[in-house]
Design a protein around this ligand. Structure first.
Ligand code: GLV
Ligand code: MN
Ligand code: MN
Length: 430
């Protein structure tokens, strides 16, 4: 933990733990509940990129950000921002945030907890923001999950200046392109470059996120430090056979795409376990989908991760080779098209030291360290500024499901740690 004096101000991570943390955590959790109601589903949560729910969530969060006295704006990628100036106007910014978009039938804390914790920490620090040696910015990224257009991290990639022009032509399930959705949202695709931030305008990025795994719970700790974030690769796959009469077609004549796809799915799990990686088929659709028709086509998704990108890529190659063999034996076609690739990133040593100091200020002097199996906006942001992350324990390690749960006590600890981490960054730069 560091303490330093700058412009007559003493910054010390330990100063962070002095609030009625219970009230802050309650406010954060109530706001998570309010955002959970902003959903495209009548029963359950779904808030996807460039949807009416995205606009509504941004508007709600913008109100909370403005309550802190921050200036707000939405950038050309649909990300919501807030800014409190530091001890002089125009200083580079330390950015706190996460994302507000969700998977389908989501929990209420993935991403949202990080955004609302950032807002709460800004609320606490606002009275002294004018003494900080940096501006404090808040961000709610627009598209971490990739639920709608099958490519993830587009909001944070735009901020990092790594927007891919090919993304404009990506289509959702209704055939709507990113370009059209952006225009309907009120954005101007020709100005996407304006969302990019310059490295010299940034101090770094801190993201609080629920763990989405069981390690903290097993260790009996509310908070943990993220050492690196694994980069996922995602694919759209097709197994191509021939649709035929389910009664009249003898087995030797069948080219059943679903039976072939089933063998591929089993191999995906087996190979991932054998190689210590993680691979998931999360979506699978048989066509034409008749009860009395041999499936002629299966479309499926494939998501592959590992701690090291080389191991992930080797797992992809093994899955592809095996799947081609299985399909060839069954006289089926096999196609695999990459739709998303993110490189794994290491968290910055100095910023991570501030996160450790932040957690230490809550009483855990030697926090648990882990790599993140889940993807985060921090991965994309790392292309433009140093990043660090802290995890908050979630019940049963459950995420991407309605059962996601956190305790108020853990959220309170997360708020204290995030605030103390910001103060530690200030101390190091003072
Ligand atoms: C994001 O939640 C991911 O890891 O897929
Ligand atoms: Mn997620
Ligand atoms: Mn997330």
């Amino acid at each position: 933990m560091s303490a330093a004096t700058g412009a007559g101000v003493q910054w010390d991570a330990r100063q962070g733990v002095r609030h009625d943390a219970g009230a802050g955590a309650r406010r954060v959790l109530e706001r998570c509940d309010e955002l959970a109601a902003v959903s495209a589903l009548a029963h359950g949560i779904e808030r996807v990129h460039l949807s009416p729910e995205h606009a509504c969530a941004n508007a709600l969060a913008a109100g909370w950000v403005r309550e802190c006295g921050a200036r707000t704006w939405t950038d050309q990628a649909g990300n919501l921002w807030g800014r409190l100036e530091g001890r002089e106007p125009g200083l580079p910014a330390l950015v706190l945030g996460s994302h507000l978009d969700t998977v389908t039938d989501a929990g209420r804390y993935d991403g949202v907890l990080g955004v609302l914790s950032a807002v709460e920490v800004a609320r606490r620090l606002a009275p002294r923001a004018g003494e900080l040696p940096f501006a404090l910015e808040l961000v709610a990224f627009s598209d971490e999950e990739g639920t709608r257009f099958s490519t993830a991290l587009t909001g944070s990639s735009a901020v990092a200046g790594t927007w891919d022009e090919a993304w404009w032509e990506r289509r959702d399930r209704d055939g709507v392109t990113v370009r059209r959705a952006a225009e309907e949202f009120g954005l101007d695709p020709s100005r996407i470059g304006e969302a990019a931030r310059a490295p010299q305008d940034l101090v770094g990025y801190l993201e609080l996120h629920i763990e989405q795994g069981p390690l903290l719970e097993a260790a009996g700790r509310p908070l943990g430090v993220v050492t690196s974030v694994a980069g996922a690769r995602r694919f759209a796959g097709r197994v191509v056979g021939e649709a035929r009469h389910a009664g009249g077609t003898p087995y030797p004549a069948r080219r059943d795409a679903l039976v072939g796809a089933a063998e591929v799915v089993l191999a995906v799990e087996r190979l991932a376990v054998q190689r210590g990686g993680i691979a998931t088929v999360g979506r699978l659709q048989a066509h034409p989908g008749g009860v009395n028709v041999v499936p002629g086509l299966v479309e499926f998704s494939l998501d592959v991760r590992a701690e090291r990108d080389e191991d992930r890529d080797a797992l992809v190659a093994a899955v592809e080779e095996h799947a081609r063999g299985v399909c060839a034996e069954r006289r089926l076609g096999f196609e695999l098209t990459e739709v998303h690739r993110a490189a794994g990133v290491g968290c910055d040593a100095d910023l991570t030291a501030s996160v450790v100091a932040g957690i230490a200020a809550t009483g855990d002097a030697d926090p648990l360290r882990t790599w993140s199996r889940a993807g985060h906006d921090a991965m994309a942001v790392a292309a433009v500024t140093p990043v660090a992350m802290l995890f908050v324990r979630c019940e049963g390690g459950v995420s991407h499901a309605p059962a996601e749960a956190v305790t108020a006590a853990d959220v309170a600890a997360g708020l204290d740690a995030l605030e103390a981490a910001v103060l530690d960054v200030a101390a190091r730069r003072a």
